[in-house]
Design a protein around this ligand. Structure first.
Ligand SMILES: Nc1ncnc2c1ncn2[C@@H]1O[C@H](COP(=O)(O)OP(=O)(O)OP(=O)(O)O)[C@@H](O)[C@H]1O
Ligand SMILES: [Mg+2]
Length: 594
């Protein structure tokens, strides 16, 4: 009943659904929660005892029998109760607020576990700032609702229930009078909280946008300076900030109205009790002690009454945030793991594509259309105009995007029937956009194989023709590369990424335009190293330039979503006009792109 007054049915449904996420966490800490609530119950019961002691003291004054010693005893009793209340209060705060922090940690871990499980299609849809807001504001809102919010709610219900019982014991009619304003309070709180919910959602969404904007501004700081966009960028940020404040103020109006409103209702009850209770005392229906005790109970109820509005806000926020978190937790990776994976083929370097068709967007025409290709151990080069689908092909081969059944095989097994981790653990993938961490060169290379020996790291760096440059740096392999590798040149970054892939020593390596920023000489050295390293492995190399793939066993020319031609360099020079054109162009202008 109380929940219905505070939350509407859609919110209750949402809370139930999202609550399933929290159930295991509540179960895990049930002993702590139970003990915490027992301590809270102790606080409430002890608090309810105090008015009884006051009544007894006053009655003893009114009806004689009071002595200095007896009053002192009453006073001492109140002090003792207050001491016990303080102890119980400490216990519940320690246990329940501690629990809410543990819940926050567990939920944060679950969010991160989910995020690392999810794959590219999800991150293409959801901006990083929005996801970061989940682990910030949203998590705090859930933690507050499950900690102090839950405690205050239970406290309010227990305290109100018990206070009403004690009041009714003194005088039922007076109790009814004192409670008369309550339905109005419930009704108006309900209306205000619905409004609050709407405004809070808007504020949260705006906060996500702000976070995303700051993140992308920081990421693009060099670009912003190069194009003199500082003023425009800060201006836009300022506008977003103003909107955020405006919406927050709109939220504050509702939040601000809730609290004074509850207080006013509480005072209205007090007015009724003073008037009608006072009259009952004058005619002698109740004793002065009862009258004072009644007022004390009403005071004890004041906090829970006022808490209704505040607790409702906390729950509204908590539910909205938990729902947002839950929407991420229920996401499933697009590349699915088979229920019962087949064992990996013994020899696993033959990759076969049969009529492979793939589009990023269901509504748009497919990016790759009917690709049939055998990628045998050895060297396969891929060329094609920009936007032809080369990266998409690499990502499909590396199992970053999902493929339909019976379109991609390892040996003769459909990859969709093989364990995802097993397949990925046999592929070293060098993405087109080099990704380095703000760490040392060594850590960046060893990322693919934590704990690799120094010699192995150096061997990989030699293969990628970057070792000599690394040791010429002041701190050698311990040199820090800066945020996303900004302290290195583009070519150095690419070769570190290449060394990272080579360190894994996996049977299949996919390099998406991984030598584009490397000079011709270095490129030759890498290709020569490759020649020695390649036997027994399968390598797919996308390149805008023909030079790195001249010696490939087969070169695939991608165009219009399909394979326009396939063959060796010599064959293609004769057979394919596109290939011949880029070859002639690049050979007469070495060092240029396509
Ligand atoms: N995540 C995505 N969502 C929607 N469309 C995409 C996505 N990624 C790529 N595309 C589209 O797919 C097509 C092929 O892109 P892809 O990156 O595979 O080309 P590419 O051959 O690697 O180009 P480049 O030589 O410039 O690297 C392009 O038209 C591109 O706009
Ligand atoms: Mg590409």
């Amino acid at each position: 009943m109380a929940r219905k007054l505070l939350l509407n049915s859609a919110q209750i449904r949402k809370a139930r659904k999202a609550g399933r996420v929290l159930m295991p966490i509540f179960r895990k800490y049930r002993t702590r929660i139970l003990l915490g609530f027992l301590a809270l119950l102790g606080v409430d019961l002890l608090q309810l005892l105090i008015p009884r002691v006051i009544k007894s003291a006053i009655d003893s004054l009114q009806y004689a029998g009071a002595t200095g010693a007896s009053l002192l005893r009453h006073g001492a009793l109140i002090v003792a109760i207050a001491g016990a209340i303080a102890a119980c209060r400490f216990v519940w705060r320690y246990l329940i607020l501690g629990f809410s922090r543990m819940l926050e940690r567990d939920l944060r871990n679950r969010i991160l576990e989910k995020l690392v499980e999810l794959d590219r299609p999800f991150f293409n849809r959801r901006p990083a700032g929005e996801i970061m807001a989940l682990a910030g504001n949203d998590l705090t809102a859930v933690q507050m609702a499950c900690g102090i919010g839950l405690v205050s709610c239970v406290d309010a219900v227990m305290m109100t229930g018990a206070a009403i019982a004690f009041m009714a014991y003194i005088d039922p009619k007076l109790t009814l009078l004192a409670l008369a304003p309550m339905p109005i309070l419930a009704l108006l709180t309900g209306l205000l909280t619905a409004l609050l919910h709407k405004r809070f959602s808007r504020v949260q969404e705006q906060f996500s946008r702000l976070t995303e904007f700051s993140r992308s501004t920081l990421g693009a700081i060099r670009l912003i300076k190069a194009y003199n966009q500082e003023v425009a960028q800060t201006g836009y940020f300022d506008k977003m900030g103003r909107d955020y404040v405006k919406n927050n103020l709109r939220l504050a109006v509702v939040q601000g109205a809730l609290f004074p409103f509850s207080t006013m209702i509480a005072n209205f009850s007090l007015l009724l009790v003073v008037y009608f209770g006072g009259r009952l005392t004058i005619v002698g229906t109740i004793s002065i002690g009862d009258f004072v005790a009644f007022m004390s109970y009403l005071f004890l109820m004041t906090w829970p009454m006022m808490a209704i509005g505040w607790v409702t806000t906390l729950f509204q926020r908590g539910i909205t945030s938990l729902d947002r978190i839950n929407r991420v937790l229920v996401e499933e990776p697009a590349v699915r793991e088979p229920a019962v994976p087949l064992p990996m083929p013994q020899s696993n370097q033959l990759l076969v594509l049969r009529d492979l068709t793939f589009g990023h967007l269901p509504a748009a025409p497919p990016v790759l259309n009917g690709i049939s290709l055998e990628i045998k151990p050895g060297f396969t080069g891929v060329v094609g105009k920009t936007g032809a689908g080369k990266t998409t092909l690499c990502q499909l081969l590396a199992r970053i995007y999902p493929v339909a059944d019976r379109q991609y095989f390892w040996e003769d097994i459909d990859v969709n029937r093989l364990g995802l981790r097993e397949v990925r653990s046999r592929i070293a993938y060098v993405p087109q956009d080099t990704l380095l961490f703000s760490d040392t060169i060594e850590a960046n290379i060893a990322f693919s194989r934590p704990g690799a020996a120094q010699q192995e790291i150096e061997k990989a760096a030699r293969l990628a023709a970057i070792h000599d440059e690394i040791i010429s740096l002041d701190k050698g392999y311990q040199t820090r590369v800066g945020e996303r590798g900004v302290l290195l040149s583009g070519g150095q970054r690419q070769r570190i990424a290449l060394a990272r892939a080579l360190l894994t020593d996996r049977p299949v390596i996919i390099i998406d335009d991984g030598l584009s920023a490397v000079d011709t000489d270095t490129e030759h050295r890498i290709i020569a190293n490759f020649r020695e390293w390649l036997p027994g492995r399968t390598c797919v190399m996308v390149s805008h330039r023909v030079a790195p793939i001249l010696e490939a066993d087969q070169i695939v020319v991608l165009a219009d979503g399909g394979i326009a031609a396939r063959g060796t360099h010599r064959e293609l020079l004769v057979r394919n006009r596109f290939y011949r054109t880029i070859h002639d162009h690049q050979m007469s202008n070495p060092g240029t792109g396509d």
